[in-house]
Structure formats: C-alpha cells, structure tokens
Design a protein around this ligand. Structure first.
Ligand code: ATP
Length: 293
C-alpha cells in the first residue's frame, strides 16, 4: 500500500530505491531469460501476425553470428505438434543455434522460421513467448519474494496457482516449510537456494507460462546425480503433452525421440527415428555404436 511504501521510504529510503532498481532490472532481463524466449526488444513485432496452428517449421534458414560466417546453411525442418524432436551431432555443429532460432530468439539471415504459418521474427516477442519457450540451465532467481519470482511468468496469478505450479515440479515440500511461504525473500541477500531449487523455480515458471512448445537445451548438469534424477522426473512431467525440440548433447536422451535430426557443419545430414537411422547405417548409427562401444 502507499502508506506502507511511504513509511518504508522514511525508514529506509536507499533500501527501497535499490529494491525498485532491482525490480526494474528484473523487468529488463525479462521473460526472455526466465522461461527464455528471444532477446528482441519488447514492443517490437506486429500484433497482427498470429499463428494459425502449432507446427514449427524452418524453411531454408541461413544464420550466422558474424557477417560472412554462416553457422546454419539453408536448414529446413518440420516439427509436428506434440512430437519430440532431438537434435544430435558434434560439438559446434549448430544444434543450440538452431534451437534458438526455432524458439524465435534469433531471426534468420535468410529463410524463415514459422509457427502455425506466422513468421516468428515478425511476431511480437511477448506473443511468441506465450507459445514457445527456451529451457536451459541458466536459471536466474531474482531479488524479491518467491511470489515475485513466480509472478514474472504470469502476472496476476493467484497464490493457489503458484502453489500448484510448485507442486507440479515437486517444490512444494520445501516451499511449504518456509516460515514466510511465498513472501520469503530469495535471490542475493535473501534465502540462499540450492541450484536444484533454483531450477525448480524456473520449471514452476514454465508451468505457469504454459507454452505448447519447448526448446530444451540439455546442457551438462551442474547438479549432483540424485538432485538431477529428481529434477528429471519433474521435467518429464512438464514436457508431457507439449511439442519438444531437445538439444541432446548426450545421445541417450535422443534415442526415444519421435524424430532425430543429425546436425553436422550447420546442415541437417540425417532425419528419422532411432530405428530408421540405425538401419540407414550413417552418421547416427556410427555415433550410436561408438556410444554403446
Ligand atoms: P555444443 O554441442 O558444443 O553446444 P552446438 O552444436 O550446440 O555445440 P552451437 O553452440 O550452435 O553448436 O555453435 C555453432 C557455432 O556457432 C560454433 O562455431 C560456435 O562457436 C558458434 N557460436 C555459438 N554461439 C555463438 C555466439 N553467441 N556468438 C558467436 N558465435 C557463436
């Protein structure tokens, strides 16, 4: 309330301003990093460009980080709604880059990435992120309460929804144990969360944001094996029923995908199910054999 704000301002004006400053920064880093969609300025894009469907397609996409140096060369790919696609291939092949393009974080140099026929780079960033989210291990917990951290994913959500999102990712146990519950201050200066708890908060944000498509960058986990297994179960539940593009840095997470795309040197060299690619006896089959030694 205004009265409380004024009172706090008299007691601790600097602290309050710093807190506001933190909140402004939270707004700036934006949902892009949180449930992680594209780093273009909010407000850009055309509100009239809206998807008609849920299929994600890359059509002849060229992309590079520096002029004259393409990382992706005319990549075309079709991700049907509800399917799980895994991107595999050597380090530096362009898997993460392709994932970021499919999530609408970068715009192609030529060609296009579309969602339900709408070009992602022409849609408003905030519209894109209601449909597609990038999930990686760069999970940030911001200065503020646990509630503030969750509300970033869906402004105006009721406490009951916040608790449901925590329960959906198995974080309600420890969160219920907090003396101040959702009002508990987290982030620097607040309650120190473990890496696993920070990731659960990021997953709870995903549950709240509820995008139908996820691009999942499975970077090597910084967690201990037990925490990692626990989190994997929560993640599996969050992924259930959504379209998933998984950037599989390890082969074992790829083999049960509906479709596997092998990325080599910025091109898709093979595309098919695990069984099809093993039968085709190409690059994937060789990777698979070397993995199973
Ligand atoms: P890994 O499995 O090692 O993560 P990857 O297949 O995901 O590799 P990318 O991370 O997409 O490959 O990288 C493809 C190429 O683009 C590499 O040459 C990499 O050095 C370059 N690259 C990636 N990110 C950037 C960036 N932000 N700025 C400049 N170059 C980049």
């Amino acid at each position: 309330t205004t009265g409380a704000l004024l009172a706090q301002m008299m007691v601790d004006p600097i602290g309050l301003i710093l807190r506001w400053y933190d909140e402004l920064q939270v707004a700036q880093v934006s949902l892009a990093r949180l449930v992680g969609v594209r780093e273009i300025e909010p407000g850009a894009g055309d509100a009239e460009v809206v998807p008609d469907g849920r299929d994600v397609r890359a059509d002849e996409v060229r992309f590079g980080y520096r002029a004259g140096l393409d990382v992706l060369h005319r990549v075309s790919l079709d991700v049907a709604p509800g399917t799980r696609l895994a991107l595999v291939g050597p380090s530096g092949a362009g898997k993460s880059t392709l994932g970021r393009l499919l999530a609408g974080i970068y715009a192609p140099r030529t060609g296009e990435v579309t969602l339900g026929g709408a070009e992602l780079s022409r849609m408003r960033a905030e519209d894109v992120r209601t449909h597609v989210a990038l999930v990686n291990q760069e999970h940030h917990v911001f200065v503020g309460s646990l509630r503030d951290n969750l509300l970033l994913a869906r402004t105006g959500a009721e406490d009951a929804e916040l608790w449901a999102s925590l329960a959906a990712v198995d974080a309600d146990g420890w969160a219920r144990g907090l003396a101040e519950g959702l009002d508990t201050e987290v982030g620097s200066g607040g309650l120190a969360l473990t890496p696993a708890q920070a990731q659960q908060i990021a997953l709870a944000r995903l549950v709240l944001a509820d995008p139908h498509t996820l691009v999942l960058d499975e970077a090597t986990s910084l967690l201990d094996p037990r925490a990692a297994r626990h989190l994997e179960r929560s993640l599996a539940r969050v992924l259930d029923g959504r379209t998933v593009v998984a950037i599989a840095h390890r082969l074992h997470t790829a083999h049960d995908a509906d479709v596997i795309a092998v990325v080599e040197g910025g091109r898709i060299s093979e595309l098919g199910s695990h069984d099809e690619l093993v039968t085709a006896d190409g690059a994937y089959a060789a990777l698979w054999r070397s993995w199973h030694g």
